[in-house]
Design a protein around this ligand. Structure first.
Ligand code: BG6
Length: 300
């Protein structure tokens, strides 16, 4: 299908004053959402939320100025969907194929409460390629908060479906040197910078002065990002998720990433909600599960 045909098909999901469809970066289709409290942008490529901003606040999500916007490459920033595996895998794309695929937009809704909801599904042929048959849905709800819900069903008649998933959220911060993360004290984590050694978080306020790449395990509670520079606290609340990944690439890794600016690590932090490592999921035939993440913010 040519890109022009895609755009025409998406136009039928437009809602006056709420949802418009445009050609975005790299010629990829982009969905723009407007509500009375906020705006958001979503690319069907990866069903990738690339922007969310409340009218009276700076952008909530970080986007790299060096990001690819090209079929076959993930978008750097916003909310990549990690599925069906987390991290590198030999001979296969890092963090799974979902962030590389063009998702189908199935439905758009403007709710009576003034929210706008987009519902995507991963094309079935893709979900099937890598194992048992799965149905993967993704719902994005925009309002005063940004809510994202990833649903996975094992539609295979006979085989179990094992997978990892993660909403790899990049938050915009004013200055990483003054940012702290709260809500993970006492939680055990895998330190990916130390051969995935198991450690326990002793601090009630995690700070950054070098690369951090940790998978916190068995954590279901809210996590907050305190950002004095932007004078706000961002809150990540979730259900159906037992892992939280905290990542900042710092200097050397930033330089090594072709799609990320050398200095951009100062303006972002990833706090990712998912089910990875020890908390990978297995669904029996016919079973389904979902993970929901709600992002809100308030001023300090
Ligand atoms: C994080 C991982 O979730 O994603 C890091 O913990 C990784 O190890 C980072 O470097 C970015 O991954 P990618 O594939 O988008 O470059």
């Amino acid at each position: 299908m040519t890109p022009g045909t895609h755009l025409e098909q998406l136009q039928r999901h437009a809602i006056p004053n709420r949802i418009s469809i445009e050609r975005g970066h790299g010629g990829l289709d982009k969905i723009i959402v407007r509500t009375d409290q906020s705006t958001a942008e979503v690319y069907p490529h990866g069903a990738h939320v690339t922007g969310f901003q409340k009218h009276d606040e700076p952008a909530l999500l970080f986007m790299s100025r060096s990001s690819w916007f090209e079929p076959g490459h993930p978008i750097r920033g916003g909310v990549p969907i990690v599925f069906p595996w987390f991290g590198p895998r030999e001979g296969a794309p890092a963090h799974g194929y979902a962030r590389l695929m063009r998702w189908d937009l199935c439905e758009t809704t403007a709710t009576p409460e003034g929210h706008v909801r987009l519902r995507f599904k991963l094309p079935p042929s893709t979900a099937k390629n890598e194992g048992p048959e799965a149905q993967v849905h993704y719902e994005v709800t925009v309002g005063n908060t940004l809510t994202m819900e990833l649903g996975v069903a094992n539609t295979d008649a006979s085989a179990p479906l094992t997978f990892e998933s993660c909403l790899h959220t990049y938050f915009a911060v004013g200055d990483i040197n003054t940012v702290s993360i709260r809500g993970l004290k006492g939680v055990s984590y895998l330190d990916r910078l130390d051969g995935s050694a198991r450690k326990v978080e002793v601090s009630d306020s995690i700070r950054f002065n070098s690369e951090v790449d940790r998978t916190y395990q068995d954590t279901t509670g809210p996590v907050e990002i305190r950002d004095p520079s932007l004078q706000r606290i961002v809150r990540v609340e979730k259900s159906g998720s037992h892992s939280t990944v905290v990542w900042n690439p710092w200097v050397a890794k930033s330089r090594a990433m072709p799609d990320f600016g050398d200095e951009e690590y100062q303006r972002m932090v990833c706090v990712e909600s998912g089910n990875v490592a020890d908390h990978h999921l297995t669904l029996k035939p016919g079973q389904s599960t979902s993970m929901k993440v709600v992002l809100s913010s308030r001023s300090i």
